[in-house]
Design a protein. Structure first.
Lengths: 196, 196
């Protein structure tokens, strides 16, 4: 497999940001009440991640290491604000549901983590591939977590009821404890799968 | 010394570039955001005053609530007559945080409907106050024809399974809103001078 392919796929399995590195758990737990919310959050994070990685990677020789963290944070925060404004303007209802968690992308460790550990040490194309991979893996994990919680907690997926009206929804799966339970089971399953 | 200056210059220029980018995005999204907010307002006004047309930009009154807080009363005016009024009320006694409600009252004192603007009630338990199945029963109620309390407190309004606090808070706020409307009826229904 080519290097680029490896940089891209590592995020889904060997270095999955949520399931292996346990990064970005705050948004992963908080907004995964439905599949749509999870995916929207994931895509917003992906956008910020790709933009921030590109800029950080292109500035990596200019930024002195003493001020690299504040510089990264400014770059990340700017892109998050852009996402916040653009979403508010063109995807108003999604913006309303995600609300507080959009500004919180700034402190998502995945983004600063990739900027610091990867983008600041690698050329631009490689950094972009890494960021796209990480972002999509994060989106996939959040979508999966949101889907599981939505099916169990409200008997629906993407808002369409699939389990029939007789299904007694497990309310706890939509509440915060359900997020921990679902994530725990996912982590365990993923670890067993990785072992083989 | 020169290396310190380098830190200042690099960080400063990054901040400068970020603020330039942000101000242009803000400019670009300002109008779409205002437009979305207006659409949202019109949608909720039409939902609380079914069958009436309300223009949020004209015919409103700026008044004061009982506690002195300012409230904007939107009115549906046709043929020189006020057919209905819509205004925001706040339920401070919800399960978690304030519940903001837009309520519409017809000229005869009957409720046209309510829209929950924002709330932080428990998802799945208290949050069904947003759903038509629950709040639909408020349509057509007035201070004369119903006892506006939840059934648990001896009134006419159904609470829902597993949650009494949220419905009680909403019903209480709506009742207060109706009483306020009743008290200020003359001003709301006749004050034509402030219409534009």
């Amino acid at each position: 497999m080519s290097t680029y392919g490896k940089e891209f796929t590592k995020a889904f399995f060997k270095e999955n940001p949520v399931l292996v590195m346990a990064l970005g758990l705050c948004p992963a737990l908080a907004v995964s009440t439905s599949a749509v919310n999870g995916i929207a959050m994931g895509l917003a994070t992906t956008f910020v991640l790709v933009c921030a990685s590109t800029v950080v990677s292109s500035l990596r020789s200019i930024i002195p290491s003493k001020v690299r963290i504040p510089s990264f944070i400014i770059v990340i925060a700017s892109f998050v604000t852009v996402v916040d404004l653009v979403m508010n303007a063109y995807a108003h209802s999604v913006h309303k549901t995600l609300g507080l968690f959009i500004p919180l992308i700034v402190v998502n460790c995945i983004i600063l983590g990739r900027a610091e550990a990867f983008a600041s040490r690698n050329p631009i194309p490689k950094s972009i591939v890494d960021a796209v991979g990480m972002g999509l893996a994060f989106t996939m994990t959040l979508g999966l977590l949101g889907g599981i919680r939505e099916i169990l907690g409200s008997g629906a997926i993407f808002g369409y009821p699939i389990l029939g009206s007789k299904y007694a929804a497990m309310l706890i799966m939509i509440l915060p404890p359900g997020a921990f339970i679902a994530l725990g089971v996912m982590l365990a399953t993923f670890n067993v799968m990785q072992r083989d | 010394m020169t290396s310190t200056w380098r830190l200042v210059v690099v960080l400063g220029s990054i901040c400068f570039a970020a603020s330039l980018a942000l101000s242009s995005v803000y400019d670009l999204t300002k109008e779409p955001i205002a437009y979305q907010k207006k659409l949202e307002m019109i949608r909720s006004l039409e939902a609380v005053l079914p069958g009436m047309t309300v223009d949020p930009d004209s015919g409103y009154l700026d008044m004061q609530r009982e506690d002195g807080a300012p409230v904007r009363v939107f009115r549906s005016i046709s043929d020189g007559e006020v057919k209905g009024a819509a205004f925001e009320v706040v339920a401070p006694d919800g399960f978690s945080g304030n519940i903001y409600i837009m309520m519409g009252v017809q000229a005869n004192g009957e409720l046209g409907g309510i829209v929950i603007l924002s709330h932080a009630e428990t998802p799945g338990l208290g949050s069904p106050i947003e759903k038509e199945e629950w709040k639909g029963q408020l349509k057509g109620r007035s201070l004369e024809n119903s006892d506006l309390r939840v059934k648990k407190d001896g009134g006419d309004i159904d609470q829902m399974t597993g949650a009494t606090i949220s419905p009680r808070a909403v019903v209480g706020a709506v009742k207060k809103g109706l009483e306020w409307f009743d008290k200020n009826k003359d001003q709301i229904l006749t004050d034509e001078e402030k219409t534009s």
